[in-house]
Design a protein around this ligand. Structure first.
Ligand code: 8YV
Length: 331
């Protein structure tokens, strides 16, 4: 009998996915559902044919460069691959895959929720009822926020998720602007009514709302640097459902505290899972809306991500190119 390939899965996945993985592979799943330590990951890389990490596992050059690293495939359970040193893996002949497309719409939905949250004081309003504060009843001048319709939304990163955000935002009456390495196809730009800004600096200075939808790569680390954050209008605010590292978080906090940026809606943080206590204070003051990295967190999405991981592993093991390969040149 042919030996089944050893597949190490670093986190607990939906039951149906786990069951299928156990049928197909010699699947070792970390049922503790806590991130594995660097040592555990290194050990997994020495024993397994395939590793299925998530955003919480850092697959570093040290791990893939161990002399006895046996890994042939890193099938990431996630779209962003900034947790993996793709270049080091590639240099060692290890294939890397991700799970694109299946989390696009869910992440765009949550982005839209964050676009609405601060201007319409969603979380502040809800907490009046849930945190035992007295509610004196409706009043014409109470809990007023700002209208979304007609405002300018600047999307940074017009890939699949950025476009899905644009489609939604357009239906809410926002004017769509974007910055990307290159303009999207004219047909898409027209469909989205989207204006391209080659200069991120110029776009930032003119937007009412800015949404970060680009991946975190060496080129986008602190793309919203202190200098750029200072270009943003006083009453504007920033939404980030991509990666905390794209923004200089300390400067963002300082600018919001000083009233030099209106606020922020954040799903991701620079030092996740640590959240700067200053952000929590700003949330209590209604200046920011904070979510704990749940942009793509739907049951349906997680199952589809798992299915994609399985397809990538099976295709790879059948000696074909897996559909969702990530090459260093793509980053
Ligand atoms: C996932 C994400 O929950 O896929 C991504 O890039 O940020 C999240 O939506 C996470 O990455 C799973 O590993």
């Amino acid at each position: 009998v042919k030996k089944k390939p050893l597949v190490v899965v670093t986190r607990k996945l939906p039951d149906s996915i786990e069951t299928r993985m156990r049928e197909l592979f010699d699947a070792r799943i970390n049922l503790d559902d806590a991130p594995m330590s660097a040592e555990q990951l290194a050990e997994a890389a020495r024993g397994a044919d395939v590793l299925v990490p998530t955003v919480t596992d850092h697959i570093t050059a040290d791990i893939v460069n161990q002399p006895d690293c046996k890994l042939r495939l890193i099938a990431n359970f996630g779209n962003g691959v900034d947790n993996i040193d793709v270049e080091a893996a590639h240099a060692r002949g290890i294939t890397v895959t991700n799970t694109p497309k299946v989390l696009t719409e869910d992440t765009a939905d949550m982005t839209m929720a964050l676009i609405l949250a601060v201007p319409r004081r969603l979380i502040e309003g809800a907490s009046v009822l849930t945190e035992g504060k007295p509610w004196a009843g409706w009043s014409p001048t109470w809990m007023l926020g700002h209208r979304i319709g007609g405002k300018r939304l600047g999307i940074i990163g017009m890939g699949r998720i950025g476009q899905a955000v644009a489609r939604r935002a357009r239906a809410f009456g926002l004017q769509i602007h974007y910055h990307n390495r290159r303009p999207v196809a004219p047909k898409i730009a027209e469909e989205l009514g989207a204006t391209y800004w080659e200069s991120l600096d110029q776009m930032l200075a003119r937007m009412d709302i800015i949404s970060v939808n680009c991946p975190h790569t060496p080129a986008t680390y602190h793309l919203l640097s202190a200098r750029r954050l200072k270009l943003i209008r006083k009453d504007a605010y920033i939404v980030n459902t991509a990666r905390g590292e794209v923004t200089d978080e300390d400067t963002l906090i300082k600018l919001i505290e000083a009233g030099d940026i209106g606020g922020a809606g954040l799903d991701v943080y620079e030092h996740e899972p640590a959240v700067n206590p200053k952000l929590v204070r700003l949330a209590r003051a209604g200046k920011v809306a904070l979510l704990p990295h749940m942009g793509s967190a739907t049951i349906e999405g997680r199952v589809e991500m798992g299915e994609k991981v399985i397809i990538n592993i099976r295709t790879f093991l059948d000696a074909h190119k897996p559909p969702d390969r990530v090459l260093p040149s793509m980053l």
